[in-house]
Every structure is written in structure tokens, then in C-alpha cells.
Design a protein around this ligand. Structure first.
Ligand code: KIV
Length: 279
């Protein structure tokens, strides 16, 4: 089936009309799976660090690691792909931000990049957009700076931080983002932000009023059980099934019952006779 890749105007036009789905992928198999089920956007998230690379946070993830995985995702899907800019790939200066954002497009074939932050990243957003690269914003709980926010907890619960978040969202909108991820904020605040920006909001732990929703695919499939936030709905519990299958393989190899005839190849000649003739 040929995929109809969304364009930036298609995504913006969905605001208030049709909900937008986004899921993470880090490799070709997951990219194919997501595309086959019609997900609107695939995010090569820097959650890669925890889900696939075994880091404690997203902070150590490098540009080269992101590009390596984004390339694999592109090989598996023709859908709209967003590359997540890792920590310190866009904060040093705007030239470096443009160069790194450009790598996602030129080397990995991404359609857009995502970066975290509000007012403080608006000059960068403007510069990257002016260079011709589409940018998705990300505010609320921003994992790259989670320690400054007091850890992985709900943001914007008090009036001051809620006001700041609304201002951040509007500033990003003015700076030219085509969508904004709202992570881990109260649903009433997400509703208010959604109603006061011109571009779609994509929620994760931000309630039902956002224009779209994103989750980490490994979380929704119940594959990643190290730390699963309470806002994640597990649509499947694959980890126990996967463990069962692996245990069965190990047991059958140890007992010699795998591979059986069904999973082995036969020959057209009598090998023992062949060997005897060779001697
Ligand atoms: O890195 C990531 O996967 C993300 C999403 C969860 C929004 O930023």
C-alpha cells in the first residue's frame, strides 16, 4: 500500500478538525509496523537513549546516534518522520542548530525536527525554520532538562508556571513551529494552550483536549517496564509473551528439540555414501 505522506499544511489543517497520532520508532521493523497501521507521524525520539541504548536519561544521546537510528526508520517508512534533536545539539548557537537540524533532513531524510524549550529557544526555532527546516516544539516536562524542573513530574500546576507555559507556547507559535508537544501537564492547561495557539498541540500526559497524542511505542506495547509513567496506556503486554518465547527457545536448544525436521533442510543425496566415496 502506498503511503500518503502528510505535508506541513495537512498537519496544521487537522487542528480542531481531526486528531493527529504520533508514535516513536527507532528502527526499520517498528517504522514498518507503525506505517502499516496508518500513524500520522513517526517520531525518532531521543527516548532512544533509555528505550534502546540503555542510558539513564536522554542527556547522553548524541547526534550520530540519532542520525543512525533515524536513517533506519526512514528505510522502513515513507511516512512523515520527525527527528528529535538531542541535548546540546541546538543550545550552543544557531549555526550549530541549523547544521544539526540539517543533518536530520540531508542524511536521514526526516521531514522535520523537534526541540525542547519555550521562549529561550525561539531565536533558534526562527533560524532553523528560516533555513527551510520544519520545527516541532516541546514544552511542559522537557526530559533533557528534567533535573532543572525537579525531576520527571507534572509541570504547570501553579498559576505562575501555567502562565509561563502559555506564553512559551504562543512564542513558539510566533517563531514558526508547525506543532507543539505538551508533555505531562494538567489537562485544563493543555486545553487552554490548545485554544490559544494556531498550530496543533500533541499531548503526552496532557489529557484529551490536545489536537493529537503521542506515546513511546515500547511503552504502549508493554515492552519497556523499567519505568512506565502513569499516563501511559498499555495497549498490549508484550514483555511476558516475549519472555515466554525466549524461555521456550532456550529450553528447546538445551534439550535438543530445536531444530526439528520441520526447521532443517534435507539433501537430495546420501551424504554418508558421498563421504565414504570421497575417502
Ligand atoms: O523522545 C521522545 O520519545 C519524546 C516523546 C515522548 C514526545 O520526546
Amino acid at each position: 500500500m502506498k503511503v500518503m505522506k502528510l505535508t506541513i499544511p495537512d498537519i496544521i489543517a487537522k487542528k480542531g478538525v481531526e486528531k493527529i497520532s504520533m508514535l516513536t520508532a527507532y528502527d526499520v521493523s517498528f517504522a514498518r509496523l507503525l506505517e502499516s497501521q496508518g500513524v500520522d507521524m513517526i517520531l525518532v525520539g531521543d527516548s532512544l537513549g533509555m528505550v534502546v541504548l540503555g542510558y539513564e536519561s536522554t542527556v547522553p544521546v548524541t547526534m550520530d546516534e540519532m542520525i543512525h537510528h533515524a536513517k533506519a526508520v526512514r528505510r522502513g517508512s515513507a511516512s512523515f518522520i520527525v527527528g528529535d534533536m538531542p541535548f546540546l545539539s541546538y543550545q550552543v548557537d544557531t549555526r550549530e542548530a541549523i547544521k544539526n537540524a540539517g543533518r536530520f533532513c540531508k542524511e536521514a531524510g526526516c521531514d522535520a525536527v523537534k526541540l525542547e524549550g519555550g521562549l529561550e529557544v525561539c531565536d533558534t526555532v526562527r533560524a532553523v525554520v528560516e533555513a527551510g527546516i520544519s520545527v516541532m516544539g516541546h514544552i511542559g516536562l522537557t526530559p533533557q532538562t528534567a533535573s532543572q524542573l525537579g525531576g520527571y513530574k507534572v509541570q504547570g500546576r501553579d498559576i505562575e508556571s501555567a502562565r509561563k507555559m502559555l506564553r512559551d507556547a504562543q512564542a513558539l507559535d510566533e517563531a514558526g513551529v508547525f506543532a507543539i508537544v505538551l508533555e505531562c501537564i494538567p489537562d485544563a492547561l493543555a486545553k487552554s494552550i490548545t485554544e490559544n495557539v494556531s498550530v496543533p498541540t500533541i499531548g503526552i500526559g496532557a489529557g484529551p483536549h490536545c489536537d493529537g497524542q503521542v506515546l513511546v511505542t515500547h511503552d504502549l506495547l508493554g515492552m519497556f517496564d523499567k519505568f512506565v509513567p502513569s499516563f501511559v496506556k498499555k495497549y498490549a503486554q508484550l514483555a511476558p509473551q516475549m519472555k515466554e518465547a525466549i524461555a521456550a527457545f532456550v529450553k528447546e536448544v538445551h534439550s535438543g528439540t530445536f531444530p526439528d525436521d520441520k526447521h532443517s533442510f534435507s539433501m537430495n543425496v546420501d551424504v554418508e555414501k558421498l563421504m565414504a566415496d570421497e575417502k
